[in-house]
Write a protein that binds this ligand. Structure first.
Ligand code: BJW
Length: 314
């Protein structure tokens, strides 16, 4: 549960109302209330398999079957999940503010499904539902929502599912379905596909998704792994937006541990243009630049983004 400091709420609301140029940097905590586990911290997805054993190009070359099973599970979870009130609140803010841009590190597609205007969102780390060819000579990319993407990638039995959030927008039930989803997230954290107790079969690479264009390449998830460049068009768009004015009024930092670059660096870029920073996070230690990263004039709203964002963005 989250209790918002009234004075903070008032000063923030006032400042937001008069802010023209606003950025939002989002991370996995935005989707936590939808029942999707985060990466780091207690119960994060990377508890038993660490990040570099799954989210790097080297890991894919070494064991494409293992990496595909991880992403097949994540695709399945994301498709089962529903956007939560935080996704809707952010989408609504985007519609209200013309000079507003969301920089999302999330690959789950939930903001898009909450009707966030697509011209006002940039996906820093790609999407689980873009699939692309790994062959150096091939440029094949497709959008693919098939679950499982190939029969060999069917989710093993015993793996928990996110609870559907139901009609989160519809008043009375919202708090209930939200707490159900939070419970499901906790359950999912107790046992996920990266858990040692789940047996991960070895797969024949021939049973993994194949490129239909060049027919000699494996397909891979269209996400950005460690050591890879972020999509250059996306980076250019963001730099253009930042450069297009002398100042930025505000950056919202929502549900991210702010440990991954270049994403986390946008907070400093915004500050350099005068932006005040509002952090929304369950954990006060996870502020940009660490616990002491908060400066005078910043806000820290502690708690579940699914509860806090609808409240502070009203
Ligand atoms: C809640 C909540 C609730 C929970 N409500 N809150 C500078 C210094 C050092 C290293 C580097 C550097 N610049 C670049 C690097 C290398 C590297 C990097 O950053 N390493 C760091 C670990 C130091 N970066 C890269 O490699 C990037 N590429 C690049 O820089 O290219 C140029 C280059 C190439 C080669 C060498 C050098 C430079 C690419 C980074 C790609 C990251 N990709 C991933 C995987 C995507 C695919 C997938 O989904 O599997 O993206 S990593 C993973 O972390 C994922 C996330 O988007 C990203 C960020 O995580 P996020 O979203 O913050 O989640 P968590 O779990 O960390 O945090 C959740 C937060 O929510 C917590 O704070 C909770 O408290 C909170 N929370 N419930 C509110 N209900």
């Amino acid at each position: 549960s989250s209790s918002i400091n009234q004075a903070d709420l008032e000063s923030f609301s006032h400042y937001l109302r008069y802010s023209d140029r606003v950025l939002a940097l989002c991370g996995a905590g935005l989707s936590a209330a939808s029942g999707l586990p985060t990466f780091r911290g207690a119960g994060g997805l990377w508890r038993s398999h660490d990040a570099v054993s799954l989210a790097t190009p080297e890991a894919f070359v070494r064991d494409p079957g293992l990496v595909w099973q991880f992403y097949s599970y994540r695709r399945h979870m994301a498709l089962q999940a529903q956007p939560n009130p935080a996704h809707y609140a952010l989408a609504e803010l985007a519609r209200r503010k013309k000079d507003f841009l969301t920089l999302s590190q999330n690959v789950d597609g939930l903001s898009q499904r909450a009707q966030h205007p697509s011209s006002q969102i940039r996906l820093l780390h790609g999407s689980l539902f873009d699939v692309k060819c790994t062959s150096f000579y091939c440029n094949y990319v497709e959008q693919n929502f098939t679950d499982p993407i190939v029969p060999a990638l069917t989710i093993p039995k015993g793996v928990p599912q996110p609870a559907p959030l139901g009609t989160a927008e519809s008043g009375a039930d919202a708090t209930d379905s939200l707490s159900n989803a939070m419970e499901a997230a906790t359950a999912a954290k107790e046992l996920d596909i990266s858990d040692d107790r789940i047996e991960i079969p070895e797969l024949d690479p021939r049973d993994l998704p194949q490129c239909p264009k060049c027919s000699d390449g494996l397909l891979r998830p269209g996400v950005v792994w460690f050591g890879e460049m972020l999509p250059s068009q996306t980076m250019n768009d963001i730099n253009e937006w930042i450069k297009s004015s002398e100042k930025i009024d505000l950056i919202l930092v929502i549900g991210t541990s702010s440990k991954v670059y270049p994403a986390a660096g946008y907070v400093d870029e915004a500050r350099a243009k005068g932006a005040r920073v509002a952090v929304i996070n369950l954990d006060r230690a996870d502020t940009p630049g660490g616990m002491y990263g908060l400066q005078k004039g910043d806000w820290f709203f502690e708690g579940d983004a699914g509860v806090i964002l609808p409240e502070i963005l009203k």
